[in-house]
Design a protein around this ligand. Sequence first.
Ligand SMILES: [Zn+2]
Length: 287
Amino acid sequence: MERQEDGTLKAQKRAVELTTEVAQVQVKIEGSLWASLEKAGEDPDLAVLASDVLAWDVDFYLDVRAGDSMRMVVEKVFADGKLLRYGEVLAAEYDGATTGRKRLFRYTDPEGQTSYYDDNGQSARRGFLKTPLKFARVTSGFGNRIHPLLGYQKAHEGVDYGAPTGTPVWAVGDGTVRQAGWNGGCGKSVTLRHRNGLETVYCHLSGVAVSAGKPVSQKQVIGYVGQTGMATGPHLHYAVRKNGSFVNPLRLEIPRDAPIPEKDLADFRAKITPIREKLESGPVAVN
Ligand SMILES: [Zn+2]
């Protein structure tokens, strides 16, 4: 864009060449994951990508501690030599005090299905995600200094997650919307019925993004954290019902999807070997 002599601006379009590079990223967590990525010179949106890949194993609101480390192999798309965006995450590893080491690889099988698997070909996916909160930029100030979980309280039969208003809430599993909208002390809420017979309830939302009777898929945003109903501050009250009675969401044992079948294991190992080498290249950087 150029300013003309008469003061007006004149713009023109030109083609920009995009190049994709496969890069290894590593970060040691100090303060929040967000701040740690910024310090490491990466776009903190990488945290959103990582949390999406690791969503069945790591709760990026509760599980992140100073001293943890994260490594990724990710495509970086450059325009005129500047990072434009990230592409696919080819591998992600989170090694944390509360999570242990979780490491996943992106694999497309001979039938063309793409998913994430661990070193041994076990699926990353489960019927339920580890957390009802989708990691997002709105929570950038959230670090390990404030522990956002207020705990499972038998008295009101659920778990409270302190999180800023507007934090996206996602469906922990595929299901159908049983209820969406105002729901007494629960405020604006959503109730989902899942195929495994469980029901999940999400309360005190500032907004609801689904309607009753509609199907939802795992990771679909169903609403946003708020403080509607009986709530003294912004938080998500999350509850799980089994055969009509409440159970502790933090104690659920939800099985993983099917592993890579025997016939594809050799192909899987051959394809992830160079990615694993890239993932393991170099020590974890200290900020
Ligand atoms: Zn609660």
